[in-house]
Design a protein around this ligand. Structure first.
Ligand SMILES: Cc1cc2nc3c(=O)[nH]c(=O)nc-3n(C[C@H](O)[C@H](O)[C@H](O)COP(=O)(O)OP(=O)(O)OC[C@H]3O[C@@H](n4cnc5c(N)ncnc54)[C@H](O)[C@@H]3O)c2cc1C
Length: 248
């Protein structure tokens, strides 16, 4: 029996759900807040059940082929010298660097391509209101459309607005008291295929990871709860991080 299903969020979870549900004969619509498919994002290491799902979708090798090419993880000292190294091959793919390391956007795109064959995508819209009467779910979209579904799946990631609508006050993320800046920088000749991680004093760390796009994914982490810095403009954020990490 075919059901009319709405999936909200077109990233890893949403595209995977849309692929499976449309393949099983359901009429699936996927709504995504962004105006077009979102590339970008940082490393994800896929292990366990995530890898099994890709295998069953016939996408395991394609995901390995689109991997970042990271060969392992090294901890380095303040001069950049390696003090500990974990090569992925030596740990059968189960070390800090997994055998399957892929950027979020590359993995989402890998799932999005086949999902389009069975599901209808609607970009630039969001769920505004949900009325679930136990038989049907009536959804009003920000665009003004109202439609009813047998099932609504919320795959909007952390901080989902729709999850808050359906489960008010049960949607608090578990904050980990970390302030992290993520960015992408040019490769330089001394970059290699290893993840290089440096722990500085004062709860600070820096990490550089190779990717398959000719750039380096970098992050600066401070062990401290965010105090509003996430809302500053980029120039102020950069100045803050530059000052905090000047001696590292
Ligand atoms: C540096 C870093 C490393 C990570 N490492 C790992 C790892 O090793 N392994 C791992 O499993 N995970 C890792 N993660 C987490 C990983 O990125 C998330 O688990 C993953 O992206 C979650 O996928 P998702 O599809 O659930 O949500 P997301 O990727 O967050 O996507 C949510 C989608 O929903 C859309 N959306 C949001 N709100 C709405 C709305 N109201 N209406 C419509 N659309 C909406 C967004 O635009 C987005 O497209 C890492 C994350 C980071 C930042």
């Amino acid at each position: 029996m075919s059901h009319r299903i709405l999936v909200s969020g077109a990233s890893i979870a949403g595209n995977t759900a849309a692929w499976w549900l449309s393949r099983l004969g359901n009429d699936v619509t996927l709504v995504e807040r962004a105006s077009e498919f979102r590339d970008g994002g940082q490393n994800i290491d896929v292990r366990g059940v995530g890898r099994e799902v890709l295998r069953r979708m016939g996408l395991e090798q394609a995901a390995l082929d689109r991997g970042t090419g990271e060969k392992g993880t090294t901890w380095v000292d303040d001069m950049g010298e390696v003090v500990a190294a974990f090569e992925t091959d030596e740990l059968e793919g189960d070390g800090p660097t997994a055998e399957m390391e892929i950027l979020r956007g590359d993995l989402a795109r890998l799932l999005y391509e086949p999902a389009q064959e069975g599901a209808t995508f609607r970009f630039g819209d969001t769920i505004e209101h949900i009325d679930d009467n136990n038989e049907r779910v009536c959804v009003t979209f920000a665009s003004g459309k109202t439609e009813s579904y047998d099932l609504v799946i919320v795959a909007e990631g952390v901080g989902s607005k729709t999850r808050e609508l359906v489960f008010p006050d049960e949607n608090d993320p578990r904050w980990m008291d970390l302030t992290i800046a993520y960015f992408t920088i040019p490769r330089t000749p001394d970059d290699n295929r290893m993840w290089r991680w440096y722990n500085a004093t004062g709860g600070r760390s820096l990490s550089l990871r190779p990717d398959n796009h000719g750039t380096i994914r970098a992050n600066l982490t401070i062990q401290q709860a965010p105090g509003g810095e996430q809302d500053w403009d980029a120039d102020r954020q950069k100045a803050y991080m530059r000052e905090r990490f000047a001696d590292a």
